[in-house]
Design a protein around this ligand. Structure first.
Ligand code: ADP
Length: 648
């Protein structure tokens, strides 16, 4: 049901007027004649035209010069076509009478016979188009304001749709305690909290506090959470809005929403405005307007820039914005005095993941097999949101199995599910296909075992999941920079599937398509962007302009890049084949084991090939951590007796 609001009232009033206008001619003056009066009218020669209808009624049209006389005082209300209506006995008698009148020269006008159309139809066809257009208009307006502050009200389209979290809403209050890890980012925003709590401490010294801070980082790393925590810690209202909420089909709506947002915020100052995905409006304005610049987005951005300049630093409104693409933002947005502070919120590392797990494990009912430390190790590259998802998914899996508490295996299943999609045990495969997939996956596993820089293997499976037919799971190292050797080793391991197929089945298949795509992209990246090829060393052709149809290099260089890519991939492919040929025996055993068991783990691979010749960096880190932990526990042991002695 559409909610009642004032606009419906306006529409009702308008409809009433329209109705009155259409029916007014009949209601204003009494136009009914008796047959006698009708005869007198005709005989006096007042009629200009007679229209007879099939239901024995007749309209008599009055000559303009006699209107006043016929309609008496009401003659001003008679409307555009002054006519009168009379009921006759039969059309034949009317004919006779009119013929006589014509003969005697009383009536000279024309006579016509018509079908009477019903009143309802006339009104309907008069109003229908109006209703139709009003309907369309309402529909469009409603779509425009879609679910925003005004709901279905078309008159609030320019109002901001910000969600407001009040400071008194203690139940949903988020504090820094809810944000695990992210110590660096927390420290940076701490200052903002301090300012919101005691602005005079800063303003007394003449200092200015940043008006805005930009939280930059991959999706799901807790940017929104951090912004909410700032509001929660400072205990101020929090306006949350997504960048795309500003953008609308019509030019000017976004700008008016920005104005409205800031007006609301100023009323509630001190407060925080949070704009998520600011790149939706803050994208660099196009340099050549002829290239189809986005007018609406640009006018919205201009308004945002103006508003940010428009209030003083001490007005108490602080803007936090989040994006994962700081590189495409307009320079004007990043200049000092606007979002002059960029806070990087990165994917959590091992310890941070453990902390995030601890936050999200709290509400779950766990059994004692669950160890956050192990879970954190199993989830490299996961964002905070992924981890929250794992915890929820694990609970769902446990519930599906009708368990009383969530266990370790539920979590591991949840991780698998999130990485690879749902297991599809029902997918029909021939024995031959299964064997080919096993050979392919065993190829990856074998190579990753013998390549120094390849990521350590966790498990290999040939159970189809999501869109993949089989998968090898690795524990990627969390490193900040990657060397050429590491990338080449990874490439070689990725090509291992196709190489194994060629070597051991004699055919190549489409199963390697995904691998090939990754390898090709990676090698283009290495050569064109990272300057890692012999023939094109130290060159980066990266170009982040929005509309760039020309490449920043010559055709000859393009050819050279293509050649280098081919050479690099071929070299790694040959290397993969050589390595596989060397370890043919082991590979075969591995493939056989896979066909039998469908899932094998690093321990099985170790049993076949012996211990991995290389220790990975993460293992090193792990060992180091364990050493320090052991040391720390030693310290504790020596300390406790001392304390006891003191007390004694
Ligand atoms: P984004 O960076 O995309 O704004 P959000 O802040 O919306 O990510 O995070 C989504 C969800 O992920 C949060 O609601 C929270 O449950 C979880 N999350 C992300 N990072 C963390 C973290 N550091 N600590 C606790 N939970 C987190």
């Amino acid at each position: 049901m559409p909610r009642f609001n004032l606009s419906w009232l306006y529409i009702c009033i308008a409809m009433t007027f329209i109705y009155l206008w259409i029916t007014s001619e009949d209601s204003a003056v009494d136009r009914q004649l008796t047959y006698t009066e009708f005869k007198t009218l005709i005989n006096k020669g007042y009629a200009s035209k007679v229209v007879a209808f099939n239901d024995n009624t007749v309209d008599v049209y009055i000559k303009p010069e006699h209107v006043k006389e016929v309609f008496k005082d009401d003659y001003l209300k008679v409307g555009r076509s002054p006519s009168m209506n009379v009921k006759v006995g039969s059309i034949e008698s009317l004919d006779k009478f009119l013929e006589e009148a014509q003969k005697e020269g009383h009536f000279t006008g024309e006579i016509s016979y018509e079908q009477k159309s019903d009143m309802f139809g006339t009104i309907f066809w008069n109003i229908a188009p109006i209703i139709f257009f009003v309907g369309i208009w309402l529909f469009i307006m409603r779509r425009m304001s879609g679910g925003g502050a005004g709901g279905a009200n078309p008159f609030t389209v320019g109002k901001s749709k910000a969600q407001v979290y009040d400071k008194d809403d203690q139940a949903n209050r988020i504090t820094f305690k809810d944000v695990a890890g992210q110590e660096g980012a927390k420290q940076e925003v701490q200052e903002i909290v301090e300012f919101l709590k005691q602005p005079q401490k800063y303003t007394e010294l003449g200092g200015k506090i940043p008006k805005g801070a930009l939280l930059v980082g991959p999706p799901g790393t807790g940017k929104t959470l951090l912004a909410k925590a700032v509001a929660g810690e400072a205990n101020v209202p929090f306006f949350s809005m997504s960048g795309s909420d500003f953008v609308e089909m019509f030019v000017g709506v976004g700008a008016s929403r920005v104005r409205d947002l800031f007006r609301q915020a100023k009323e509630k100052a001190p407060c925080i405005i949070f704009i998520d995905e600011i790149d939706a409006v803050g994208r660099a304005r196009s340099k050549s307007p002829s290239m189809g610049g986005n007018d609406e987005r640009e006018s919205t951005l201009n308004q945002l820039l103006t508003e940010m300049d428009g209030f003083g630093t001490n007005s108490g409104v602080i803007i936090l914005a989040a994006t994962n693409r700081a590189d495409i933002l307009d320079k004007a947005l990043l200049r000092a005095g606007r979002f002059d502070r960029q806070i990087h919120v990165d994917l959590p590392d091992l310890n941070e993941r453990k902390a995030v797990f601890e936050v999200h494990l709290k509400p779950l009912k766990l059994d004692d097999t669950v160890d956050p430390d192990l879970l954190a190790r199993q989830t490299p590259g996961f964002s905070g949101a992924d981890i929250a998802n794992v915890c929820n998914e694990a609970a769902l899996i446990a519930a599906r199995h009708k368990k009383n508490a969530v266990g370790k295996q539920d979590f591991l299943d949840a991780v698998d599910r999130i990485i690879g999609g749902l297991e599809k045990k029902t997918k029909v495969m021939t024995a031959h296909e299964k064997r080919t997939i096993a050979i392919h996956e065993a190829g990856h596993a074998t190579l990753s075992w013998f390549l120094e820089h390849a990521n350590p293997l966790i498990k290999v499976t040939i159970v189809p999941r999501g869109r993949a037919l089989g998968a090898a799971w690795y524990l990627p190292e969390e490193r900040q920079i990657t060397t050429k050797e590491q990338m080449l080793d990874e490439m070689c391991a990725t090509l291992g599937g196709r190489a194994a197929e060629e070597l051991f089945t004699g055919h190549i298949s489409t199963g390697a398509m995904n691998d090939l795509e990754r390898v090709t992209k990676q090698s283009y990246g290495m050569i064109a962007y990272a300057g890692m090829s012999d023939k094109l060393p130290n060159l980066c052709y990266y170009n982040n302009e929005e509309y760039s149809f020309s490449k920043p290099y010559s055709d000859r260089t393009a050819e050279l890049i293509d050649e280098e890519v081919k050479r690099m991939i071929n070299k790694q492919y040959e290397r993969a084949k050589t390595l596989l040929a060397e370890h043919k025996e082991g590979h075969n055993q591995l493939a056989q084991l896979l066909v039998e068991r469908e899932v094998i783990f690093a321990e099985d691979v170790e049993r076949i090939f012996g211990k991995r010749p290389w220790t990975s960096r993460s293992e090193e880190i792990m060992n180091k951590e364990e050493e320090t932990k052991a040391l720390a526990s030693n310290d504790e042991e020596t300390e406790t007796p001392l304390l006891e002695n003191k007390e004694a």
